[in-house]
Design a protein around this ligand. Structure first.
Ligand SMILES: C[S@@+](CC[C@H](N)C(=O)[O-])C[C@H]1O[C@@H](n2cnc3c(N)ncnc32)[C@H](O)[C@@H]1O
Length: 244
């Protein structure tokens, strides 16, 4: 099965497979559906707020901005940004997750769109004539993409936008992975995943090398700033700001 289909099936069924729930019925379920949890509990409010503040700052959001939120999930974070910008276009390939966003986190200036990010961006200009987003966000999702996917998405952005800023948040950093697999049990768990050839890495996705991201950006003549996250948010993920 191709990586894309593998992940689409994974996210479509995540709530059911991991939590035995058919659909979102409560606020906590929103966090469960998109794996915004620590030890199977919704992320702490202070962490949630720190993430939102970080996004607003790193993207320097303003009222004129048109923001695209790649892999927007059920709108948990997207919704919190609605008062900071003019318009938000959220894209996610899971029908059940997009349905949840429309039901639980609708807003007049947010459109939740169904589609794979790489594919959607190929026809963005035709789908959204006259709209030129200037800010882009991908929160905790690059792990589900390859370097070739990242290059395709960035090339599409270059074609659509003039100046832009793209915040890729929460990318598992291969150089920090032992902060995550930090007990003998966890190390063994990881070794078993690799031995089994589990492509989803138990849902965490790909550990990215910072240099692989730099390489894609250099190839496209883009600037990138890479910064490791810090606790209480995370000690094994990095944030990347990409611009012209
Ligand atoms: C960990 S969740 C993060 C959701 C949201 N960004 C957040 O921070 O709450 C990952 C999301 O990425 C979506 N996703 C993964 N690969 C995708 C792709 N190729 N195209 C569109 N959505 C994708 C999944 O459906 C899921 O909603």
């Amino acid at each position: 099965m191709a990586q894309y289909e593998n992940w689409q099936e994974y996210w479509d069924n995540f709530l059911l497979n991991r939590y035995g729930k058919e659909e979102v019925k409560s606020e906590d379920d929103l966090y469960f559906q998109v794996a915004r949890t620590v030890n199977r509990k919704p992320v702490a409010k202070e962490v949630f707020d720190a993430i939102i503040d970080g996004i607003i700052q790193d993207l320097a959001l303003s009222q004129e901005d048109v923001l695209v939120d790649f892999c927007c999930g059920n709108g948990l974070f997207t919704y919190e940004l609605k008062d900071q910008v003019k318009q938000i276009i959220g894209i996610d390939f899971s029908q059940s997750i997009i349905d949840t966003a429309n039901k639980f986190r609708p807003a007049a200036n947010i459109t939740y769109c169904l589609g794979g990010v790489v594919e959607y961006m190929r026809s963005f200009a035709a789908t959204w004539p006259g709209i030129r987003p200037n800010k882009y966000l991908m929160n905790d999702s690059l792990a589900y993409f390859s370097a070739a996917d990242l290059e395709n998405v960035l090339s599409a952005i270059i074609g659509i936008s003039g100046d832009f800023r793209f915040l890729v948040r929460g990318v598992p950093n291969d150089e920090l992975k032992w902060n995550y697999y930090n007990t003998p049990d966890r190390k063994e768990f990881y070794a078993n995943l690799i031995a089994k050839g589990d492509l989803t890495n138990d849902g965490l996705g790909t550990w990215w090398q910072p240099d692989d991201i730099r390489e894609v950006c250099m190839k496209l003549n883009l600037q990138c700033i890479i910064r490791n996250q810090e606790l209480p948010v995370s000690d094994y993920r990095m944030d990347i700001i990409i611009s012209k």
